[in-house]
Design a binder for this molecule. Structure first.
Ligand code: FES
Ligand SMILES: [Fe+2]
Length: 386
């Protein structure tokens, strides 16, 4: 069983976390926060221009796409299906224990192979003309092949495969076949690997659709400036108004937010014994549309996916240790529900922003220094679009 102390006290993380605590101590005593050097603006056309959205869609297919909890494919033959960016995919574990991602599309005439959300199977058999594929995506059998398709090169009719890695308990892919996944995670890899999140399992999922551009959804997680106002009632644990630490790792980021109990620890416990995750919330941003919210004994994964220029899907998944005491269940449920409420508050506000843009009264959004991570997010998009 993964104890909560194992998360905070991993030797490789201890130094990083101690440094972060020292930075927080300074910020709290000076009542300041990490922030950018100057305010900035972003043209509102970035949220309304259809040609911009087209380009961004291409970019998103080139970047890391999270598909689902790896715990859904623990045994060979288990599979789950997903459709990110309208691409039907099947994620499975083959007999050699390798997790693989295939197009959930038959090579014959394109029927969807598996309609079920998840299941377990030795082979994927198409419901239309019964072409079958093994767990490696190879075409096994074509009914009537000898006469109907003589000399068929079955190898060339394997399911299209996408690259895949598992990190932080989540299966990730790159949807553009010309791209590789190798180095995209490197900048954050050390921390994520040492948090041991790979062993965590699916607990709960909620899905929300909002009427706004996907970037507004991402931005709502990239700053804490709005917390005391927009979430005043839902986040009672926040006495440190607008204090956080921000760090970038290439296009990715980490935001550390202190919670009320931190001060008690700083006052009453020797620095050498300070705990980290018990007194802060850590939010990892994985560019372009994923967040991992790490709590003391479990974590939540938030996936933000554009459906259209003005429609966005948000999936919030809670992942917990494989084994935990029964009383923890209530805590996981409580935090999942709280997160749902906070997300709903953000998303309702985002929808009002998108509505307001239709009136064309604003040419630019004007951001404060507190919203620096949003500037970095937009810079990453701009650099990727060039
Ligand atoms: S479309 Fe799959 S077997 Fe025909
Ligand atoms: Fe929020």
């Amino acid at each position: 069983m993964i104890e909560q102390k194992a998360l905070s006290n991993h030797p490789e993380l201890k130094e990083t976390f101690n440094n972060l605590l020292q930075r927080l101590e300074q910020r709290i005593s000076q009542k300041t926060t990490d922030m950018g050097e100057k305010p900035f603006t972003i043209p509102v056309t970035h949220y309304t221009d259809p040609s911009r959205f087209e380009k961004e869609q291409k970019l998103l297919r080139n970047k890391l796409t999270a598909l689902g909890a790896a715990s859904l494919v623990i045994e060979p033959g288990q599979f789950f299906t997903v459709t990110p960016y309208k691409m039907p995919l099947i994620v499975t574990r083959d007999k050699e224990n390798k997790v693989r991602v295939f197009a959930n599309v038959c090579s014959h005439r394109g029927a969807i192979l598996k309609q079920e959300k998840q299941g377990c199977s030795n082979a994927f058999i198409c419901p239309y003309h019964s072409w079958s594929y093994n767990l490696n995506g190879e075409l096994l059998n074509i009914p009537g092949m000898k006469t109907g398709m003589p000399n068929c090169d079955k190898k060339s009719l394997a399911l299209r495969e996408y690259p895949c890695i598992i990190r932080a308990g989540i299966v990730w892919t790159i949807l553009d076949n010309n791209n590789t996944i190798d180095t995209t995670f490197d900048a954050l890899a050390n921390e994520l690997d040492h948090l041991l999140l790979d062993d965590f399992q699916f607990f709960h999922e909620s899905v929300y659709y909002g009427d706004f551009n996907w970037k507004l959804g991402v931005e709502s997680f990239l700053e804490v400036y709005h917390f005391s106002y927009a979430h005043g009632k839902t986040l009672p644990n926040l006495k440190y108004r607008n204090i956080c630490l921000i760090d970038s790792f290439a296009d990715h980021g980490r935001i550390v937010v202190p919670i009320n109990s931190l001060e008690e620890q700083m006052k009453n416990i020797p620095r050498s014994d300070w705990e980290f995750l018990q007194h802060v919330n850590v939010m990892y941003f994985i560019f372009p549309g994923n967040f991992l919210l790490v709590f003391d004994d479990h974590f939540a994964w938030i996936n933000i996916e554009p459906i259209s220029q003005q429609k966005t899907k948000l999936t919030c998944t809670t992942l917990v240790p494989a084994k935990y005491e029964e009383e923890k269940k209530q805590k996981f449920q409580r935090i999942s529900m709280g997160l749902e409420m906070i997300t709903k508050e953000d998303y309702e506000l985002c929808a009002t922003i998108q509505k307001g843009l239709a009136g064309k009264s604003l040419d630019n959004f004007s951001y404060t220094c507190f919203e620096e991570m949003i500037l970095r997010f937009h810079n990453s998009i701009d650099n990727s679009l060039q």
